[in-house]
Design a protein around this ligand. Structure first.
Ligand code: FE2
Ligand code: FE2
Length: 192
């Protein structure tokens, strides 16, 4: 597997989580708010997998290598992508800070949660589209075989630190569990 294929595969899982978050957003819009526990689980995924694990590889390893090898040639697109990562982090904090009030049924907290959720889903979908369709293609053209191998080695080291395939599988399971929360039904078959 090439370094960029690893990132693309991770995008697949993140997009699945965004789809589940989008369903949760629709449920809030229809006044059928998912339990706080759903968002607690979602935050573990968003912080641990999407931000710390995936964005770390891009920002510190891929962007770092590009800056080292290509000087300022990628400063424009990297600046844009880095800004989007930061805005996504701000949305995660916004979601997190609104959860106590949301669980208490506070309307301002629910509005704040919805606002950050909507922004996060939209920003990250566009961000991933840009990376998959434009940025990664550009990077693939620019990196030599040797540079690609360096990046792959660094990515593999990060994966090993987290427990290799186990970490990916744990997070895939987390997304499955998020989905299950939204499908919960009571004994009469009504969705809770
Ligand atoms: Fe990214
Ligand atoms: Fe990405």
């Amino acid at each position: 597997m090439k370094a960029i294929d690893i990132l693309t595969r991770e995008h697949g899982l993140i997009l699945r989580a965004l789809e589940v978050l989008s369903q949760a957003k629709k449920q809030i819009e229809k006044n059928q708010p998912p339990p706080k526990a759903f968002f607690d689980k979602a935050l573990v995924f968003l912080r641990g997998f999407a931000d710390q694990f995936h964005h770390f590889k891009e920002e510190y390893l891929m962007f770092g290598l590009l800056a080292l090898k290509k000087g300022d040639a990628f400063d424009g697109p990297i600046g844009g992508l880095r800004f989007q990562h930061e805005r996504c982090r701000a949305c995660i904090d916004g979601i997190s800070n609104s959860l106590t009030g949301y669980a208490d049924g506070d309307d301002i907290a629910t509005t704040t949660l919805l606002e950050n959720l909507a922004a996060y889903i939209s920003l990250l979908r566009r961000h991933i589209y840009e990376e998959d369709h434009t940025f990664f293609k550009m990077v693939e053209k620019e990196l030599s075989r040797e540079e690609e191998d360096i990046l792959l080695m660094q990515f593999n080291k990060e994966d090993e630190k987290m427990g290799d395939q186990n970490f990916y599988d744990q997070n895939r399971q987390r997304v499955d569990e998020m989905e299950t929360y939204l499908r919960r039904e009571d004994t009469d078959g009504r969705r809770l």
